[in-house]
Design a binder for this molecule. Sequence first.
Ligand SMILES: *[C@@H]1O[C@H](CO)[C@@H](O)[C@H](O)[C@H]1NC(C)=O
Ligand SMILES: *[C@@H]1O[C@H](CO)[C@@H](O)[C@H](O)[C@H]1NC(C)=O
Length: 245
Amino acid sequence: MLGVLILVSLPSLVALVPPPVPCRHCCDHLEPEEGSAAQPPAGGFSHVPEVRTYINMTILKGDKGERGDRGTPGKAGQEGPPGSSGPTGSKGTKGQAGLPGDPCKVHYSAFSVGRRKSLHSLESYQALVFDTVFVNLDDHFNMFNGKFLCHVPGIYFFNVNIHTWNFKETYLHIMHNDTEQAIVYAQPSDRSIMQSQSVMLQLELKDEVWVRLYKRERENAVYSDDVDVYITFNGYLIKGSVEGN
Ligand SMILES: *[C@@H]1O[C@H](CO)[C@@H](O)[C@H](O)[C@H]1NC(C)=O
Ligand SMILES: *[C@@H]1O[C@H](CO)[C@@H](O)[C@H](O)[C@H]1NC(C)=O
């Protein structure tokens, strides 16, 4: 602290007097008070007897200050590796028996949906989604992703109808999960036409059936408009796998 004060005050002292060499004598009486002479200005004062000022830090040192405020917390460290899995728990108790089933109950599943907007192929495959519902029993057909989800295992009938776009290709598949089952295809033509495809599929619980538009290798499209529904997708259960279904 004191040292800093000295360094700061010296340049102003030097500035008060003319250049060092000619004024050597007239400056002598301006010799700073003892203590602040610890560091003679650069050049010209080397003849002044060396005064060593020793600053005893122990004296300068004040009392211990108050404890500062707590700092803001540091950033969170990296996540550690997962721990090892714990021991297997004990076996639970047997649950209660369910209510007796209804032997006469018949399960149904049926949907019929349509689309009023045309669709062109993109760079990647896309599901044909629908905007019009004719029938959708228990919402087995998901209008958001365009996929029928099997809630009742069994044999189903599916059918898709589209209208082609003149001078464009039409290229769709009926999909069972991620596997193509049947195609709807039409070459580019100056005459647009209705095209359809049907198939029966054996479905298990949670299997999905949907219509996929092929990706744009050659531009392909299906046509529809606001006035009429040109595109439909239909499906229904013919026979459940389990007796009583
Ligand atoms: C500095 O000052 C303290 C307190 O007056 C004294 O005890 C100590 O001996 C001094 N240290 C030196 C090196 O003079
Ligand atoms: C179809 O996908 C569903 C959901 O991922 C899965 O549960 C089912 O086993 C799949 N079925 C077939 C035939 O791959």
